[in-house]
Design a protein around this ligand. Structure first.
Ligand code: NAD
Ligand code: DAU
Length: 355
């Protein structure tokens, strides 16, 4: 038995592959285009591991995907591959449409052709699991109840609109062709191997480098945070026991304002790696121009996953943040490798005239 993972050199896909092979001997074929967000250093511990087959390629390359499916005969395909950063989608939405919409379409078509020709037993056991986001549901007011699986889709950014489109394609391939699909919609992740364009790793690295900690707008926007390894365990659970055609919200009931998150990070850094001058890292906080169309609040109601499939997160926000800060402090090699020329170009473009 084998699984095919797409986007497995990225943040969540990389954590998923590492966790999967730590808990099982079932091989993984890992298809990743290695965009700026893909990093083989994340998978360096698997370099000589025969259970991990890495293939550099695009989910939109239908003939490549067809060849991989024919060669490796996976029992499941898990689609993590995507353009994932909201700010980048505002600067350049084209890649988001290309990968998240057209790429998912091509992937679905290649998988459908493969699945249709499988022998009856394998056809029945096959699964296509699509990894999606809570951002497809739009933005909540402070008094609104958290998103449930039946919440209306109201995406507001080019990123979330492209993810919403991909979710709709996955749903339609089940409804029309019977493809055995599962979809997960997860809240904000954090943890090891997170690319430092996103709030939590950006703040940790800027703090340590003595740079400003940029807070968009008033910093009172709310996100619902989940440690990445808890997201990975939820995906394994949905793959094992999810009902075909269903979607599952994934979240840890950890709503925080961005200011709370940044102050928690500063306090953790103050304790684990204090500044030489004795001041708190919080003195580096700087308010900058807001993100256009910035969603005010996300919150996930994960009761369906908890009650139907018995999933529970292992980490609290405090324990997960502490582990994350510790991971960045102990993995400077990974950080230096990631913070390359392309990363510096992005930081100049995004923050240069924002202060
Ligand atoms: P990421 O940007 O860190 O990684 C994406 C990976 O996909 C990279 O390795 C990249 O090289 C690869 N990729 C991009 N385009 C590709 C293509 N056309 N073909 C093959 N590979 C391609 O993203 P992430 O944060 O790990 O997110 C993974 C998935 O989880 C995404 O679908 C995202 O929408 C979803 N998600 C993310 C979060 C979060 O907080 N990060 C939360 C919920 C859902
Ligand atoms: O909700 C799930 C989503 O979470 C995923 O689908 C996305 O792939 C993932 O990137 C994440 O999206 P966000 O836009 O919520 O994450 P980000 O880390 O970019 O920003 C978190 C919050 O912090 C958001 O309100 C914007 C704010 N922010 C972000 C950056 C990078 C700042 O205030 N300053 C910053 O410099």
């Amino acid at each position: 038995m084998t699984i095919l993972v797409t986007g497995g050199a990225g943040f969540i896909g990389g954590n998923f592959v590492l966790d999967w092979l730590a808990g099982s001997d079932e091989p993984v074929v890992n298809l990743d285009k290695l965009t700026y967000a893909g990093n083989l250093e994340t998978l360096s511990s698997l370099r000589h591991d025969a259970r991990h087959v890495f293939v550099q390629g695009d989910i939109g390359d239908r003939s490549l995907v067809a060849a991989l499916l024919a060669q490796h005969q996976p029992r499941a395909v898990l689609n993590f591959a995507a353009e994932s950063h909201v700010d980048r989608s505002i600067h350049g939405p084209g890649e988001f449409i290309q990968t998240n919409v057209v790429g998912t379409f091509n992937l679905l078509e290649a998988v459908r052709a493969y699945w249709q020709d499988l022998p009856a037993g394998e056809r029945e056991a096959f699964r296509f699991l699509h990894v999606s986001t809570d951002e497809v549901y739009g933005s909540l007011a402070p008094e609104d109840a958290a998103f449930v699986e039946s919440s209306r889709y109201e995406p507001n950014s080019p990123y979330s609109a492209s993810k919403a489109a991909s979710d709709h394609l996955v749903r339609a391939w089940h409804h029309t062709y019977g493809l055995p699909v599962l979809t997960t919609n997860c809240s904000n992740n954090y943890g090891p191997f997170h690319f430092p364009e996103k709030l939590i790793p950006l703040v940790i690295l800027n703090a340590l480098a003595g740079k400003p900690l940029p807070i968009y707008g008033d910093g009172r926007q709310v996100r619902d945070w989940l440690y990445v390894k808890d997201h990975c365990s939820a995906i394994r659970r949905v793959l094992a026991a999810g009902k075909l055609g269903e979607t599952y919200n994934v979240g840890g009931w950890n709503e925080k304002t961005n200011l709370e998150v940044v102050h928690t990070l500063c306090a953790t850094l103050d304790a684990l790696s204090p500044r030489a001058d004795g001041q708190s890292y919080a003195s580096q906080i700087t308010f900058v121009q807001d993100r256009p169309g910035h969603d005010r609040r996300y919150a996930i109601d994960a009761r369906k996953l908890e009650s139907e499939l018995g999933w529970k997160p292992q980490q609290t926000f405090d324990s997960g943040i502490r582990q994350t800060v510790q991971w960045y402090l102990s993995n400077q090699d990974w950080v230096q490798n990631v913070v390359s020329g392309h990363y510096r170009d992005w930081v100049a473009k995004q923050y240069g005239d924002r202060a």
